[in-house]
Design a protein around this ligand. Sequence first.
Ligand SMILES: Nc1nc2c(c(=O)[nH]1)N[C@H]1C(S)=C(S)[C@@H](COP(=O)(O)O)O[C@H]1N2
Ligand SMILES: [Mo]
Length: 159
Amino acid sequence: MNRKIVLLFLSLALLSTSHAQTLTVSGAVSKPLVLEASALKAMTHADVRGKDHDGKEHRYSGIPLVDLLKRAGAPMGSELRGKNLTRYVVVKAADGYEAVFALPELDPEFATRTIILADSVDGAALTATTGPYRIVVPDEKKQARWVRGVTVIDVRIAN
Ligand SMILES: Nc1nc2c(c(=O)[nH]1)N[C@H]1C(S)=C(S)[C@@H](COP(=O)(O)O)O[C@H]1N2
Ligand SMILES: [Mo]
């Protein structure tokens, strides 16, 4: 009986931690990060509008990828030139899905659109199948890089 109660509490604890997904920024950065949900929530959010896979426009809120990369010490802004232009990020998801972005796509000195790590859509938290974090790429004709369930942002250097 006691063992059953202990097992019940253990499984409840596991269930609750599986929702508290962390985000890792790793690879070719000077300050690799593992961010808890509370740390991500506290970062400055930006709103973007984007058409989802069903063609419906939604308002997404999230952290611009550039801010996460700067916080991890990736070269952005004035440092984004020369050999640093060969850097790119691999965004990884819980289901193994991956998509690549070049750093200039994420830097406001290059890009006209803001690519975010969204944590809400139309004012509501993302669902378990989509979130807790999803990449939103405004003004892209396909949603293939709107990675759901993002767990890792890995910075790499080409060649
Ligand atoms: N983690 C993960 N994200 C993903 C995918 C996937 O298989 N796994 N598929 C991508 C593709 S090809 C599309 S078209 C969109 C679909 O978005 P939806 O789930 O909102 O319809 O999610 C993208 N993000
Ligand atoms: Mo797709």
